[in-house]
Design a protein around this ligand. Sequence first.
Ligand code: FES
Length: 147
Amino acid sequence: MALYSDKVMDHFMNPRNVGCIENADGIGEIGNAKCGDIMKIYLKIENDIIVDAKFETFGCGSAIASSSMATELIMGKPVSQALELTNKAVVEALDGLPAHKVHCSVLAEEAIKNALKDYFDKNGIPYDAEQFKETDHEALHDHVHGE
Ligand code: FES
């Protein structure tokens, strides 16, 4: 069986929503200190709906495929649904990622959450800070690599 699904290869070779949004309503950036990859997500939000989402990812193929799929998954959705997007949902939509690449999908979930937090902060929208607790990337990385 191929290491990467056709969907991962497709979103890696032809990523959707690459770029930045001028005057974005929310911007989120997250990096993984261990692998050094960085993901930045831009959101345009109108009437509580994600009307546009773009990303810039300096990272591995799985991180690029995850960013591409994650932006597709939240496009047109209400903010509340985008907030609930999990890395698991991104992995499922990609028809799976190898175990040692699951942490790449976590970057997508967290970059989107950071962008939404930025949107809430900029607009004085109250939120539960618990929702924005960051994953311990190092622990996750160590775990998946069995170090
Ligand atoms: Fe770190 Fe993919 S190897 S995000």
